[in-house]
Design a protein around this ligand. Structure first.
Ligand code: CMP
Length: 164
Protein backbone atom coordinates (compact mmCIF):
# COMPACT_ATOMS: atom_id res chain seq x y z
CA UNK A 1 0.00 0.00 0.00
CA UNK A 2 1.23 3.45 -0.70
CA UNK A 3 -0.58 5.22 2.18
CA UNK A 4 -1.09 8.41 0.15
CA UNK A 5 -4.23 10.42 0.99
CA UNK A 6 -6.71 11.49 -1.68
CA UNK A 7 -10.26 12.92 -1.53
CA UNK A 8 -11.68 9.70 -3.03
CA UNK A 9 -9.89 7.59 -0.41
CA UNK A 10 -6.40 6.22 0.14
CA UNK A 11 -4.34 5.20 -2.87
CA UNK A 12 -4.33 1.40 -2.65
CA UNK A 13 -3.27 -1.68 -4.53
CA UNK A 14 -5.34 -4.80 -4.87
CA UNK A 15 -5.04 -8.17 -6.58
CA UNK A 16 -7.46 -9.37 -9.22
CA UNK A 17 -7.44 -12.83 -10.77
CA UNK A 18 -9.23 -13.49 -14.03
CA UNK A 19 -10.02 -17.15 -13.44
CA UNK A 20 -9.78 -20.11 -15.86
CA UNK A 21 -13.49 -19.95 -16.81
CA UNK A 22 -13.21 -16.32 -17.96
CA UNK A 23 -9.85 -16.87 -19.69
CA UNK A 24 -11.28 -19.91 -21.50
CA UNK A 25 -14.36 -17.97 -22.62
CA UNK A 26 -12.32 -15.13 -24.11
CA UNK A 27 -13.29 -12.54 -21.48
CA UNK A 28 -9.82 -11.19 -20.60
CA UNK A 29 -10.17 -8.08 -22.76
CA UNK A 30 -13.72 -7.33 -21.64
CA UNK A 31 -12.84 -7.59 -17.94
CA UNK A 32 -9.67 -5.50 -18.26
CA UNK A 33 -11.60 -2.91 -20.28
CA UNK A 34 -14.13 -2.52 -17.45
CA UNK A 35 -11.33 -2.28 -14.90
CA UNK A 36 -9.52 0.45 -16.85
CA UNK A 37 -12.74 2.38 -17.51
CA UNK A 38 -13.29 2.38 -13.75
CA UNK A 39 -10.02 4.25 -13.27
CA UNK A 40 -7.67 1.46 -12.23
CA UNK A 41 -4.05 1.44 -13.34
CA UNK A 42 -2.76 -2.02 -14.21
CA UNK A 43 0.54 -1.98 -12.35
CA UNK A 44 1.58 -5.57 -13.10
CA UNK A 45 0.01 -8.52 -14.84
CA UNK A 46 0.91 -12.07 -15.87
CA UNK A 47 -0.70 -15.22 -17.20
CA UNK A 48 -0.17 -18.22 -14.92
CA UNK A 49 -1.08 -21.87 -14.91
CA UNK A 50 -1.28 -22.36 -11.16
CA UNK A 51 0.39 -25.34 -9.57
CA UNK A 52 -1.55 -27.35 -7.01
CA UNK A 53 0.64 -25.88 -4.27
CA UNK A 54 -0.10 -22.33 -5.47
CA UNK A 55 -3.86 -22.85 -5.70
CA UNK A 56 -3.96 -24.54 -2.28
CA UNK A 57 -1.74 -21.87 -0.74
CA UNK A 58 -3.61 -18.94 -2.25
CA UNK A 59 -6.97 -20.21 -0.96
CA UNK A 60 -5.66 -21.73 2.28
CA UNK A 61 -8.09 -19.70 4.43
CA UNK A 62 -10.88 -21.79 2.85
CA UNK A 63 -9.17 -25.16 3.46
CA UNK A 64 -11.82 -26.33 5.93
CA UNK A 65 -14.75 -25.30 3.71
CA UNK A 66 -16.70 -27.97 1.81
CA UNK A 67 -16.00 -26.26 -1.54
CA UNK A 68 -12.18 -26.09 -1.10
CA UNK A 69 -11.21 -29.23 -3.04
CA UNK A 70 -13.44 -28.36 -6.00
CA UNK A 71 -12.22 -24.74 -5.93
CA UNK A 72 -8.58 -25.87 -6.14
CA UNK A 73 -9.45 -28.29 -8.98
CA UNK A 74 -11.18 -25.47 -10.86
CA UNK A 75 -8.19 -23.14 -10.45
CA UNK A 76 -5.98 -25.89 -11.92
CA UNK A 77 -8.27 -26.39 -14.91
CA UNK A 78 -6.68 -23.68 -17.06
CA UNK A 79 -4.69 -20.49 -17.12
CA UNK A 80 -5.46 -17.41 -15.04
CA UNK A 81 -4.46 -13.77 -15.35
CA UNK A 82 -3.17 -12.25 -12.12
CA UNK A 83 -2.92 -8.48 -11.91
CA UNK A 84 -2.04 -5.77 -9.45
CA UNK A 85 -4.42 -2.84 -9.77
CA UNK A 86 -4.08 0.60 -8.27
CA UNK A 87 -6.48 3.49 -7.70
CA UNK A 88 -7.98 5.42 -4.80
CA UNK A 89 -9.99 3.08 -2.58
CA UNK A 90 -8.95 0.20 -4.86
CA UNK A 91 -9.97 -2.70 -2.63
CA UNK A 92 -13.59 -1.68 -2.06
CA UNK A 93 -13.94 -0.22 -5.58
CA UNK A 94 -12.86 -3.46 -7.24
CA UNK A 95 -15.24 -5.49 -5.07
CA UNK A 96 -18.08 -3.20 -6.17
CA UNK A 97 -17.11 -3.60 -9.82
CA UNK A 98 -16.84 -7.38 -9.50
CA UNK A 99 -20.05 -7.94 -7.51
CA UNK A 100 -21.00 -10.55 -4.90
CA UNK A 101 -19.31 -13.98 -4.92
CA UNK A 102 -22.56 -15.67 -5.96
CA UNK A 103 -23.51 -14.23 -9.37
CA UNK A 104 -27.21 -14.80 -8.58
CA UNK A 105 -26.84 -12.19 -5.82
CA UNK A 106 -24.50 -9.85 -7.71
CA UNK A 107 -25.87 -6.44 -8.69
CA UNK A 108 -26.86 -5.75 -12.29
CA UNK A 109 -23.90 -4.49 -14.33
CA UNK A 110 -21.21 -6.09 -12.17
CA UNK A 111 -18.72 -8.45 -13.81
CA UNK A 112 -20.02 -11.51 -12.00
CA UNK A 113 -23.66 -10.64 -12.69
CA UNK A 114 -22.95 -10.21 -16.38
CA UNK A 115 -20.60 -13.14 -16.98
CA UNK A 116 -20.33 -15.67 -14.15
CA UNK A 117 -21.99 -19.07 -14.51
CA UNK A 118 -22.24 -19.95 -10.81
CA UNK A 119 -20.66 -19.38 -7.40
CA UNK A 120 -17.56 -21.47 -8.20
CA UNK A 121 -17.13 -20.42 -11.82
CA UNK A 122 -17.38 -16.76 -10.93
CA UNK A 123 -14.85 -15.33 -13.43
CA UNK A 124 -12.78 -13.16 -11.07
CA UNK A 125 -11.23 -12.93 -7.65
CA UNK A 126 -10.72 -9.61 -5.85
CA UNK A 127 -8.90 -9.10 -2.53
CA UNK A 128 -11.33 -8.39 0.31
CA UNK A 129 -9.32 -6.26 2.78
CA UNK A 130 -6.05 -4.28 2.99
CA UNK A 131 -4.36 -7.17 4.83
CA UNK A 132 -5.55 -9.71 2.27
CA UNK A 133 -4.55 -7.44 -0.63
CA UNK A 134 -1.05 -7.13 0.79
CA UNK A 135 -0.70 -10.90 1.12
CA UNK A 136 -2.27 -11.69 -2.25
CA UNK A 137 -0.26 -9.12 -4.22
CA UNK A 138 2.95 -10.52 -2.74
CA UNK A 139 1.82 -14.09 -3.35
CA UNK A 140 2.42 -13.46 -7.06
CA UNK A 141 4.70 -10.40 -7.28
CA UNK A 142 7.90 -9.37 -5.51
CA UNK A 143 7.78 -5.87 -3.97
CA UNK A 144 11.14 -4.96 -5.54
CA UNK A 145 9.81 -5.79 -9.03
CA UNK A 146 6.58 -3.87 -8.35
CA UNK A 147 8.51 -0.78 -7.26
CA UNK A 148 10.53 -0.79 -10.49
CA UNK A 149 7.46 -1.33 -12.67
CA UNK A 150 5.48 1.27 -10.74
CA UNK A 151 8.00 3.99 -11.53
CA UNK A 152 7.81 3.27 -15.28
CA UNK A 153 4.02 2.87 -15.36
CA UNK A 154 3.45 6.18 -13.59
CA UNK A 155 5.63 7.90 -16.18
CA UNK A 156 3.67 6.35 -19.06
CA UNK A 157 0.26 7.18 -17.55
CA UNK A 158 1.30 10.79 -17.06
CA UNK A 159 2.19 11.27 -20.75
CA UNK A 160 -0.04 13.65 -22.74
CA UNK A 161 -1.81 10.87 -24.72
CA UNK A 162 -2.81 8.93 -21.61
CA UNK A 163 -6.54 8.77 -20.88
CA UNK A 164 -6.08 9.46 -17.21
P1 CMP B 1 -13.21 -15.91 -4.68
O1 CMP B 1 -13.59 -14.50 -4.58
O2 CMP B 1 -12.05 -16.28 -5.56
O3 CMP B 1 -12.91 -16.47 -3.21
C1 CMP B 1 -13.08 -17.80 -2.83
C2 CMP B 1 -13.75 -18.61 -3.90
O4 CMP B 1 -14.36 -19.80 -3.45
C3 CMP B 1 -14.92 -17.81 -4.48
O5 CMP B 1 -14.46 -16.73 -5.21
C4 CMP B 1 -15.65 -18.88 -5.24
O6 CMP B 1 -15.04 -19.17 -6.49
C5 CMP B 1 -15.47 -20.08 -4.31
N1 CMP B 1 -16.63 -20.26 -3.44
C6 CMP B 1 -17.04 -19.51 -2.42
N2 CMP B 1 -18.17 -19.99 -1.84
C7 CMP B 1 -18.46 -21.10 -2.54
C8 CMP B 1 -19.51 -22.06 -2.45
N3 CMP B 1 -20.46 -21.94 -1.52
N4 CMP B 1 -19.53 -23.07 -3.34
C9 CMP B 1 -18.57 -23.19 -4.27
N5 CMP B 1 -17.53 -22.30 -4.41
C10 CMP B 1 -17.49 -21.27 -3.57
Amino acid sequence: MTGQQHPKGPLERTLMIIKPDAVGRGLIGEILHRVELDGFLIIAMKMVKMTEAQAKGFYRMHRKKPFYKALVKFMLSGRSIVCVLERENAIESLRQLVGKTNPKLAAFGTIRHDYAADIRHNCVHASDSPETAQREVHFFFKESALARIHHRIKRIYSMPFARR
